[in-house]
Design a protein around this ligand. Sequence first.
Ligand SMILES: [Fe+2]
Length: 137
Amino acid sequence: MITQEQLPMVAIPSMNDTHLEEIIIVNKLDNAAKNNDISAVSEILNELLEHTIEHFSTENEMMEKAKFPAYDTHKAEHDRHLHELKALVKYFEKTKDPRAITIHIEGNLEKWLIHHIQTMDTVTAQFLAQNHTAGSY
Ligand SMILES: [Fe+2]
């Protein structure tokens, strides 16, 4: 469970909105897994996957457009995380084991998300905010 207060704020409002949407989905997934609701877990996992694909491609595009110097590093981290999430979805579809989801969320996903926002997203948003006119994101 991630609360809105735990979510680090960055300098680009649209990125904060996306991060908030994401923690809402992650919390919903956590609840469904704890309730052993297999069909809900399956549905929310796909929702999270779609949201993450869209989230990362939007961020990648903004970095590319602004010629953010650490684009490659940030994008590589997105690719790595997306690969992991896809593997988790595949694993769940095969095993239907909601404990794997809970373990992944609590042992990995929540910590990764907060850390990623605190570090790469914070630096990126600062760069974007300084290099572009306000309101373009
Ligand atoms: Fe990011």
